[in-house]
Design a protein around this ligand. Structure first.
Ligand SMILES: [Zn+2]
Length: 128
């Protein structure tokens, strides 16, 4: 196990790293969330505002896929912090595409393609 001798944020290296900072308050993460918010609002019927609440608990006024993307974004931030690299929106988009392909494969295998299409239909094919 690798241990660091400081408590500084994995991204900005200036503030103390705690859950709220690393997932919401950090400027590096804030820039990432802004791109996620723009992506969601431009591809879904959504007027999402990224807040502390939506980051921590998801959005209660959005669809299943929007909350899934928020959850994937938090996982992506966590993995990026372990790797000590800034969360890149382009890499995040690639990871969404990979997860979509995995769910498509599983849906095909289990004869549940309609469920897959219902969930992912709002994303244009050019994205996926
Ligand atoms: Zn930070």
């Amino acid at each position: 196990m690798r241990l660091v001798d400081h408590d500084l944020c994995s991204f900005c290296k200036t503030d103390s790293e705690n859950i709220l900072h690393v997932f919401y308050e950090c400027q590096t993460v804030s820039n990432f969330w802004q791109k996620v918010e723009n992506f969601i609002n431009s591809h879904f019927d959504s007027n999402l505002r990224i807040t502390k609440y939506s980051v921590m608990f998801g959005s209660d006024s959005n669809t299943h896929i929007v909350n899934h993307i928020l959850l994937l974004a938090k996982r992506f931030i966590y993995i990026s912090s372990l790797q000590q690299i800034s969360p890149s929106f382009d890499r995040f988009l690639t990871s969404i595409k990979d997860i979509c392909k995995i769910e498509q494969f599983i849906a095909n295998k289990n004869n549940r393609y309609n469920d897959f299409e219902k969930k992912w239909k709002e994303l244009p094919l050019t994205i996926l």
